[in-house]
Design a protein around this ligand. Structure first.
Ligand code: SF4
Length: 104
């Protein structure tokens, strides 16, 4: 398995979470809401977000739950299989996301 991280591939950032300042979701509470009411709109926002690869890496590394990240809603921690499936999917899709941005 190949994992492209800020420290192992892709863009280099001076500070660990510097990429977050470029996120299109900054200060948008809908991304941390448990409601799926706005998911279509959030998905569209993520599609145009330039730091989606970093967001995917963060989601995998932090094993996020109960948030909307990189175009997908992550369920609460009780849904272990669903979460694992999303982490695996992100690992598979990450090389393409980096390539699309021109990193590799
Ligand atoms: S891809 Fe990640 S960082 Fe970008 S808008 Fe979506 S949730 Fe935010």
């Amino acid at each position: 398995m190949t994992f492209f991280g800020p420290y192992g591939g892709g863009k280099m950032w001076l500070k660990q979470n510097e990429w977050m300042s470029y996120a299109h979701c900054a200060d948008d509470d809908r991304f941390t809401s448990e409601s799926a009411e706005h998911d279509e709109e959030l998905e569209s926002i993520c599609k145009g977000c330039h730091v989606k690869p970093e967001c995917m890496q963060w989601a995998i590394a932090d094993e996020v739950s109960s948030v909307f990240a990189a175009g997908h809603r992550f369920p609460d921690p009780s849904h272990k299989r669903g979460l694992q499936s999303l982490y695996d999917r992100f690992r598979d899709e990450l090389p393409n996301a980096l390539e699309q941005r021109g990193d590799v």
